[in-house]
Design a protein around this ligand. Structure first.
Ligand SMILES: Nc1ncnc2c1ncn2[C@@H]1O[C@H](COP(=O)(O)OP(=O)(O)O)[C@@H](O)[C@H]1O
Ligand SMILES: [Mg+2]
Length: 362
């Protein structure tokens, strides 16, 4: 960003005035004694003042103008990662120095903003590392405990060795889930995992997610019901990512449901906007307190840590859902009644306006 060449050099004019006036008056007064003519003294004073004015102006122009412009441009080159750099408004400056002062004010504000953002990122990173090490510690120490007990003699005891090995294995699986989810969330947060948009038949995808989770639902006596209201809903989205959103939401609705509970999954066009398809996952589960609803999409937040861990939860599922939907320009809406159930709802862009792609669907 470079400053525009201005026709006037305001500071030059301001600098030239005082010496021009003073020298004009002095020369005029001295010459009055000398030539004894007011007219000639005034003429001489005015001539001196004009000459001094021009000389000082040219001198200042030569010496200062370019450097002041360079200083202004250098200040405006303050690097910024977080702020939208537009620079200060130049039209409020009365002269070059004021322009530089405005630029310096803007630079100060930019740096303060950058430092604040960096502090926030730093705290966030520290918190994330703290959370990760805490989450990793629990399964690692469990595995260590089981292996040590087996090593100390339990291996010979057929009653416990299989049980301990199975428990150690369960914790190793937890570590695998956790590392996979961590990898996923960091790729989503750094923007590395951008959605790969294509036309996806939503109903197929929902059936697919339901099939993958049917065994889990049966284990807990939960019934999965797909209300196929829109038989031909096509969305423009990333197939794998939306599959993951569905799996995470349906899995939660099974995990945090009651025995003999139900999960209703449905798709419908938005009442006021047919370019959107609303997908909802409703359960008859334990529900979430209003205070916790705000927090469930935070990383590692779990209402009941032990229940989540018991079911192999990592506390990252909803956080991943939120990131995926945000990268699609959509949002997750949660409504919940503690004790009677929850609804997780989100919208997707309908692919109706991309009929060429739909007709090409095999
Ligand atoms: N359908 C649901 N019903 C009740 N609570 C839920 C539901 N879905 C999520 N939660 C709460 O939100 C928390 C965060 O969910 P999630 O990020 O998927 O982590 P995880 O399932 O691994 O614990 C869960 O631990 C649970 O307390
Ligand atoms: Mg989950």
């Amino acid at each position: 960003m470079t400053s525009e060449e201005s026709t006037y050099f305001h500071i030059g004019i301001r600098l030239s005035f005082p010496p021009a006036i003073i020298s004009g008056i002095l020369i005029g007064m001295i010459s009055l004694f000398w030539v004894q003519s007011l007219y000639h003294s005034l003429l001489l004073g005015a001539g001196t003042a004009s000459t001094v004015f021009i000389l000082v102006y040219l001198f200042a122009l030569q010496l200062l103008k370019k450097r002041l412009e360079q200083l202004h441009d250098t200040i405006l080159q303050t690097p910024s990662r977080f702020t939208n750099v537009n620079g200060p408004p130049d039209n409020v400056a009365t002269d070059e120095i004021q322009r530089i002062l405005n630029a310096a004010e803007w630079c100060k504000a930019t740096i303060t903003h950058e430092l604040k953002k960096m502090d926030e990122t730093d705290n966030y990173r520290k918190e994330f590392i703290g959370d990760i090490s805490h989450e990793l510690k629990t399964p690692i120490f469990s595995v260590q405990g089981y292996l040590e007990t087996l090593q100390d003699g339990a291996l010979e005891d057929p009653k416990v060795n299989r049980v301990f090995l199975a428990k150690a294995m369960k914790n190793v699986n937890r570590l695998i889930f956790l590392t996979n989810d961590l990898l996923e969330i960091s790729r989503l947060e750094t923007g590395e995992l951008k959605p790969d948009l294509s036309v996806i038949p939503l109903n197929n995808l929902i059936h697919d997610a339901i099939d993958a989770l049917q065994y889990k639902a049966e284990q807990r006596n939960v019934t999965l019901i797909f209300e196929e209201k829109e038989t031909n809903a096509f969305a423009l989205a990333d197939r794998n990512q939306i599959r993951q959103v569905l799996v995470n939401l349906i899995e939660n609705s099974i995990k945090y449901n009651k025995t003999d509970g139900k999960v209703h999954i449905s798709t419908r066009y938005h009442e006021n906007d047919r370019s959107k398809i609303v997908v909802s996952v409703r359960d008859t589960g334990i529900g979430i307190d209003p205070e916790d609803v705000k927090r469930v999409t935070e990383r590692f937040f779990r209402v009941d840590k032990s229940r989540s861990r018991e079911q192999g939860g990592t506390g990252l599922g909803l956080s991943i859902v939120k990131h995926i939907l945000e990268s699609h320009g959509e949002q997750l809406v949660i409504e919940s009644n503690p004790g009677s159930g929850s609804i997780f709802r989100f919208t997707l862009k309908s692919a109706d306006y991309h009929s060429d792609l739909i007709s090409a669907w095999p």
